[in-house]
Design a binder for this molecule. Structure first.
Ligand SMILES: C[S@@+](CC[C@H](N)C(=O)[O-])C[C@H]1O[C@@H](n2cnc3c(N)ncnc32)[C@H](O)[C@@H]1O
Length: 336
């Protein structure tokens, strides 16, 4: 168990953008990160913030909303995650497992990929990942592990029943051929009203995901429900009822921003966290907070200089002389 604790960590670097700043960056250049070693043991997580991953606050809200909406609409079905890493998103999904409706996660973890390009991706981005790390993290929050398929996602059809899923998270390889195949597999595994979430559908470092996802949205029958900066939520069924319900919920949320647009003739909802939302302490980045403090100090100094300049000006001094009697009258009368 101690060994599992030691490897349950991951690299973390800063990136630009509201949401992506909250979490470690995917596909980080290893030269800019400090991957954990056996000399830097990671504790068993106490909260989801302690689990390394790329699962932003707004996506956590939308996962919860989607899975709770499925409770309200009594949508039956299993849960599936392709690409689990150290369990951040799987742990949250695991809260919504129901009796008789299995939760399957599929990841290569510490196995090799049969595909060289995919193997290079694993070496570059997830080289400290092990299945034991995932299991340690998951079991810190749940009594039982999900069904784990330690294999390429290309094999998922052999492990999950067709049309059995209500919620599928596609977050494994970010190479075009793999994502395209994962989305295709989701079409066969999801129930018609099920929800598909695709990660990194628009990031600069993941053009293959963007190509695969947008092609399906524009020409492949995938109906987008909404999108956050990191993930696109969609369905192979009718998006309208779930979009209507989502818009009602968003109308009640002070901490979420949204906007409705149209893409290729279909309604498309953009969702993000409000900028002023307080971040959980676990996400606080000392360098970002330091920069913010420095900006605020400079702004205060600039205001002070402005105030001093006004106080030193001739018009201000003349004004003080003119208004002196009035200020005297306005003074509270002291009773003896
Ligand atoms: C971006 S991480 C998943 C992050 C996770 N969902 C979270 O929110 O923390 C991608 C994962 O996909 C796995 N992966 C990459 N290519 C894969 C493949 N062809 N088959 C199965 N898993 C793969 C990697 O091992 C890695 O754990």
């Amino acid at each position: 168990m101690l060994f599992a604790r030691e490897i349950a960590g991951a690299p973390a670097i800063d990136r630009a953008g509201l949401e992506t700043r909250l979490v470690p960056a995917p596909h980080a250049n290893p030269s800019t990160t400090s991957p954990p070693t056996s000399a830097s043991p990671q504790p068993v997580p106490k909260t989801l913030d302690d689990v390394p991953g790329w699962f932003s606050w707004i996506d956590q809200q939308l996962f919860r909303w989607s899975l709770e909406h499925q409770e309200t609409t009594r949508t039956p079905g299993d849960l599936l995650e392709l690409g689990a890493y150290l369990g951040k998103s799987a742990i949250l999904m695991g809260e919504y497992v129901r009796d008789g409706e299995p939760f399957t996660v599929c990841d290569l973890f510490d196995s090799d990929s049969p595909d060289e390009a995919n193997q290079a991706e694993l070496r570059r981005s997830y080289k400290t990942l092990t299945r034991a790390g995932f299991e340690t993290n998951y079991l810190a929050f749940h009594d039982e592990l999900p069904t784990i398929v330690q294999a390429p996602t290309a094999e998922i059809g052999e492990h999950v029943r067709p049309r059995s899923c209500r919620f599928v998270h596609v977050d494994a390889s970010h190479l075009y051929e793999h994502v395209d195949a994962d989305i295709e597999a989701s079409a066969g595994l999801l129930r018609p009203e099920g929800i598909l979430v695709c990660d990194d559908y628009r990031a600069h470092h993941t053009p293959g995901v963007a190509a695969a996802v947008w092609h399906r949205v524009v020409a492949g029958g995938l109906r987008a429900i909404c999108a956050t900066p990191k993930k696109l939520y969609a369905t192979w069924g009718d998006a309208t009822p779930v979009q209507d319900a989502l818009l009602s919920w968003l109308g009640t949320r002070q901490d979420c921003w949204h906007q409705v647009q149209s893409v290729a003739g279909h309604r498309f909802i953009l969702v993000n966290a409000q900028r002023q939302r307080r971040r959980p302490t676990g996400d606080a980045d000392p360098r970002r907070l330091g920069r913010q403090l420095e900006r605020e100090r400079r702004a205060r100094e600039a205001k002070q200089r402005e105030l001093d300049a006004v106080r030193g000006s001739v018009s201000f001094r003349v004004g003080r002389v003119i208004t002196a009697p009035l200020r005297l009258l306005a003074r509270p009368v002291r009773r003896s």
